[in-house]
Write a protein that binds this ligand. Structure first.
Ligand code: ZN
Ligand code: ZN
Length: 461
């Protein structure tokens, strides 16, 4: 049986630093907001930023697009090379497509009788000359456009349309393609190819409006041919396989167990009635003051003053408790499923809340324990929970558990020790979990505490 086991690292109220004493380094523990600086980041990271944090597409393409708007866009795009506008993404798509048209034109020229003695270079120059009359620019400028736009096409051909669309942020991909820097490094296209479906999955699940861009440009009958669509699906219903292909989460469980994904914990009424044992401040005792920073907590972005874990809590800012956490469930080489970070998560930032069924009295299964008698509770992720269930153990983890009280309710959260983009997120399940288990740890770290034993342990089956 393979259940998530976090056993005894159990942050307990008693064991964890008291609220008063933990406020000594608010800047470190609470500094969750990721840097907004985008310059110098790699192309791949730019794409993930666009998908997980970009709301631009959703805002622009909600609702119908009338004829006037459509014609405006058409006129706008017919210039192709306009440099700054809110529809920059449309330019980008057109320009990538234009490269295909250009090559088709070169091929056409080559097939015409009057050009039968031309070299390929001659035909290239001919086509460039033709386009220059429309673009009204010098040959050098036209060649520059061709070079940069060929970069867009290559990103699109290798990483798929979403890779190009979401890479565009503040003209960033233009610089990437123009200077071949900041992301044009060796192996970038191998990496993009490997990530192609993972990118499409994330884009379809989180920003499905991106497909409308193509409709807008080329009409509803000319959609991007979809090899597969995850539109409207919950991102963690899928697991990225070792070959880069997403597979349904349920297929990765033996017996096809249907795992229920939830974003907030559910109190087991049979165990607790209508009482939530995690509650440490009476309900309605508002305002709730953070016992770490002392500020007012609220789900309303304007009312909230607590910035301890802004990626997890606090209205508009708090998105990481849910589907927008920049992580994907992935198959691992030898540990079953695991959780991979798509963006860096700075030390001190919240990765997610340990969400599951709040119950008690379970024995012989793996649960997280919290609270003190008579409110000692267990959080079970056996049948339902969130993506934190898929975090594997490591003896040298890059995150840790922490108790945090939000709106008067005790939460167990996972806090980053500094997670690099593209790496597996791990946490130490603690000795209490391993003691008495005849299992080996496969973390592969030099300081691994449980390298020998019998069965294999991993976060799920
Ligand atoms: Zn706070
Ligand atoms: Zn280990």
């Amino acid at each position: 049986m393979k259940v998530h086991k976090i056993g005894t690292s159990r942050p307990r109220k008693k064991a964890s630093p008291s609220p008063a004493s933990s406020s000594t380094h608010p800047g470190v523990e609470g500094g969750g907001t990721a840097t907004k600086k985008r310059s110098g980041i790699s192309l791949v990271e730019r794409i993930w930023h666009g998908i997980y944090e970009g709301t631009k597409l959703a805002k622009q393409f909600h609702g119908d697009i009338g004829l006037d708007a459509f014609q405006n866009i058409n006129r706008h795009c017919s210039t192709l090379y306009s440099s700054s506008s809110s529809f920059r993404i449309l330019d980008l798509i057109m320009q990538a497509v234009w490269v295909d048209l250009f090559h088709a034109r070169v091929a056409t020229l080559a097939s015409e009788p009057q050009n039968q003695y031309n070299s390929p270079t001659d035909n290239n120059i001919l086509a460039l000359k033709e386009s220059r009359t429309v673009f009204e620019c010098s040959e050098k400028e036209m060649r520059n456009k061709l070079a940069i736009w060929s970069g867009y096409k290559k990103i699109k051909d290798t990483g798929g349309w979403p890779a190009l669309i979401f890479a565009e942020e503040g003209g960033g991909v233009y610089n990437v393609c123009k200077y071949r820097a900041g992301g044009w490094k060796e192996g970038i296209f191998d990496e993009l190819e490997q990530l192609r479906e993972a990118i499409e999955l994330a884009a379809d699940a989180l920003q499905p409006e991106w497909r409308r861009l193509i409709e807008v440009l080329f009409g509803p009958d000319n959609r991007i041919p979809r090899r597969r669509s995850w539109e409207g699906q919950y991102p963690h219903q899928w697991v990225i396989g070792l070959d880069g292909r997403p597979i349904p989460l349920s297929d990765t469980y033996r017996g096809g167990l249907e795992y229920v994904l939830i974003e907030t914990s559910v109190v087991d009424e049979e165990a607790w009635g209508d009482r939530d044992p995690r509650r440490v401040v009476p309900e309605g005792d508002e305002p709730y003051l953070c016992n770490t920073c002392g500020e007012i907590q609220s789900e309303e972005p304007l009312g909230n003053k607590c910035l301890c874990y802004p990626d997890l809590y606090g209205g508009g800012a708090g998105r990481r408790g849910g589907k927008y956490t920049p992580v994907q469930i992935c198959r691992t080489q030898n540990k079953g499923n695991g959780l991979i970070a798509r963006l860096p998560i700075p030390a001190g930032a919240g990765v997610g809340e340990f969400v599951g069924t709040i119950t008690r009295g379970l024995r012989g299964v793996d649960v997280m324990e919290g609270g003190i008698e008579p409110d000692k509770y267990q959080i079970s992720q056996a049948r339902r929970g969130n993506f934190t269930r898929f975090i594997n153990h490591s003896c040298k983890p890059n995150t840790h558990f922490k108790v945090f009280v939000w709106l008067g309710i005790e939460r167990i959260i996972i806090v980053s020790n500094g997670v690099k983009a593209g790496t597996e997120i791990t946490v130490d399940y603690s000795n209490g979990y391993w003691d008495g288990l005849d299992k080996i740890c496969r973390c592969g770290e030099e300081q691994c505490r449980y390298p020998r034993g019998g069965a294999v342990v991993y976060a799920d089956a």
